[in-house]
Write a protein that binds this ligand. Structure first.
Ligand code: ACO
Length: 382
């Protein structure tokens, strides 16, 4: 073995490896702290908006009133899609999964951008605005197409959260619904080097373009161990017949060595602060919309999980209560993960732009454990 290889260590799953520096989000997994650029997630969820949070992540400071107004105008002027893209949405198979549709349509945004490969910070900021602003139309448009409904053009007077709900349902959402949506977007906007963000960095570090990086990230987010878990939570809640059936359901899962979706986290070994915040919110919105049974079932799962595996540091993660919140908002289960992407695009692009400023190709090694010096036998003799 070479000296270089001897100095290396194997770290399956990169559990103990710090890959790069970042000044975007800080996570303390033991104490359950999450900050974006030093601002506590609770303060942001209570007082900020998704647009302002995105400005914070991209500029690493909060905007002035004028800057925020200009930023909002810029985003809204990018809400609408080209005719080609609207046509592309209605050409997709109706039974396709929304995450596959979103990945394909996000990738297609690059086709109409003559500067798709321009790596400058100005071009990447503009492209990030394009993706942030248009994702609601891509998701809502595909959902209406698959249901055989007319597609709805965006409302440029509305925030990203309001505009999404409007394009999805054709109705102006109530203030409480828009606020719930906005809070979910803030809470999901960034989270260190999670799997999808890391995947986007691998792509951007090759000096590929930011559309490709976000497309990579969407494909990574969709897995059930990552963003796909919120959908899994809802399937589980629907599968459990009543609050009395919770305990048996959870214990059966353990007996079959299956995981409970929406629990556990690579970094948090105490409460995920996003879940703590969402829990209160989910309860209110479930109460308002006649879904309190769902919330009560969730709370019972949490109690059983705490008793069974709390000592191992397995607590509810952000996906657990976002599922009840989205369901109470009347959103289809398989749109939960696309909604996660609609928010996380702000973090993905922020990290890509930050990483590019001091880019180094991400190229780890593998620990080869296969055979050596095998004798090649010609195919006629095998
Ligand atoms: N249900 C039951 N047991 C669990 C769960 C769970 N949800 N999560 C972890 N464990 C157990 C494992 O079985 C393992 O037990 P063991 O040591 O006895 O074998 C132990 O906890 C450690 O689990 P790992 O998989 O090694 O932990 P890791 O850090 O790799 O995994 C992960 C983190 C993937 C999130 C895991 O907790 C999980 O699968 N959770 C369910 C899916 C989920 O909710 N994902 C969303 C994460 S948040 C997000 O992406 C936004």
């Amino acid at each position: 073995m070479s000296t270089v290889m001897q100095e290396m260590h194997t770290d399956i799953g990169l559990v103990n490896t710090i890959v790069a520096r970042s000044s975007l989000s800080f996570i303390n997994g033991e104490k359950g702290i999450l900050e974006y650029v030093g601002y506590g997630i609770d303060d942001l969820a209570r007082q900020s908006t998704f647009e302002e949070t995105t400005y914070l992540l991209w500029n690493r400071r909060l905007p002035s009133r004028v800057e925020l107004a200009e930023f909002n105008t810029l985003i809204r002027s990018n809400y609408d899609l080209s005719e080609t893209l609207w046509d592309m949405i209605v050409s997709l198979p109706r039974d396709a999964s929304p995450m596959h549709a979103l990945r394909t349509l996000t990738s297609a945004l690059a086709l109409e951008d003559p500067a798709a490969d321009d790596p400058s910070i100005e071009a990447n900021t503009r492209k990030s605005i394009v993706m942030l602003a248009k994702m609601p139309a891509l998701i809502a448009g595909f959902d209406r197409h698959r249901k055989g409904l007319d597609l709805i053009r965006p409302n440029v007077e509305a925030t990203i959260a309001e505009n999404f709900l409007y394009m999805l349902t054709g109705k102006k959402p109530t203030e409480r619904m828009s606020r719930a949506m906005d809070i979910c977007l803030i809470l999901h906007a960034d989270h260190g080097f999670n799997a999808s963000t890391f995947a986007s960095l691998v792509t951007i570090s090759t000096l590929s373009d930011i559309y490709s990086a976000v497309t990579t990230a969407i494909g990574t987010l969709k897995g059930p161990l990552h963003g796909g878990a919120n959908q899994g939570v809802m399937y589980m809640l629907q599968e459990i017949e009543s609050i009395d059936a919770v305990e048996e359901y959870v214990l059966n899962k353990f007996a079959n060595k299956e995981r409970i979706m929406g629990f556990g986290h690579r970094v948090y070994k105490s409460n995920d602060p996003r879940a703590t915040y969402l829990k209160t919110f989910a309860e209110g919105i479930a109460q308002d919309t006649g879904n309190i049974d769902l919330f009560n079932k969730s709370q019972r799962i949490e109690e059983v999980m705490d008793r069974e595996v709390g000592s191992k540091g397995i607590y509810p993660n952000v996906d657990f209560y976002s599922a009840t919140t989205y369901f109470s908002l009347g959103i289809d289960l398989d749109l939960f993960t696309p909604l996660f992407a609609m928010s996380r695009v702000s973090g993905w692009t922020a990290h890509c732009m930050e990483y590019l400023a001091e880019n180094r190709l991400i190229r780890p090694r593998c620990d080869y454990v296969g055979p050596h010096e095998q004798e090649y036998v010609s195919i006629s003799q095998r």
